[in-house]
Design a protein around this ligand. Structure first.
Ligand SMILES: [Fe+2]
Length: 213
């Protein structure tokens, strides 16, 4: 069994910034550089456009207000810093109000590829580029609104749709199959595995089958 690493979370400082340490910024820098080289030609074009709009810093972790400024101007969304995993109701309420929760912790240099909980690299690099795209942003907002009004069984079914699209979805583009899901796009290994010549077996998205699995 894997040992659980305790992630270090931060409170915001008086200016609303997360006081990231030098080591944490180094982790971002490492993750950013190895990922930026491989997303082109593998991520869907809308992700690449969003990445250019966000213009994320390469050598330090973005502050919430920097990402929010671009999201506000493009789709009306913003970043909500949260300390760690939040209760489902709080998560859905944020999404329904066009606020994307971003954890105030990052994985460690010793564990770049294994993630127990979604960290700031997953949330910012994996999801925020596509949150500059109106169709994607509207979909996530609708998910939040529907999940808020769903009973537990319906909530589970909705989550499966979210899982197979926003987190781990692929999408047909004129260039071929490309990556949509933030869970893949924030993972070096999975990005390389998802789009390659001898690719894994792709399954067409069928709602009823997604709901059954
Ligand atoms: Fe995610």
């Amino acid at each position: 069994m894997l040992n659980k690493v305790k992630y270090t979370t931060h409170d915001l400082d008086v200016n609303g910034n997360v006081p990231w340490t030098k080591e944490e910024n180094e982790v971002w820098k490492t993750l950013y550089h190895r990922q930026i080289d491989i997303v082109k030609g593998r991520a869907c074009p809308e992700f690449i456009v969003g990445l250019e709009k966000l213009n994320l810093p390469q050598d330090r972790i973005s502050q919430p207000h920097e990402v929010s400024k671009v999201l506000k101007a493009t789709t009306g969304w913003s970043i909500e810093p949260v300390s760690a995993v939040i209760p489902a109701k709080e998560f859905f309420t944020l999404l329904a109000n066009k606020k994307f929760p971003a954890a105030s912790f990052i994985r460690t240099m010793d564990d770049l590829d294994y993630l127990q909980e979604p960290d700031i690299f997953h949330e910012i690099f994996g999801h925020c580029p596509l949150l500059t795209n109106q169709a994607y942003a509207d979909f996530v907002e609708s998910y939040g609104k529907m999940a808020l009004n769903a009973d537990p069984k319906q909530g589970q079914l909705l989550f499966r749709v979210f899982w197979y699209t926003i987190e781990f979805g692929l999408i047909h583009t004129i260039e071929g199959i490309r990556i949509l899901g933030g869970g893949i796009l924030s993972s070096h290994e999975e990005t390389l595995l998802a789009v390659k010549k001898n690719h894994p077996t792709y399954l067409e998205f069928k709602t009823i089958e997604a709901l059954r699995t």
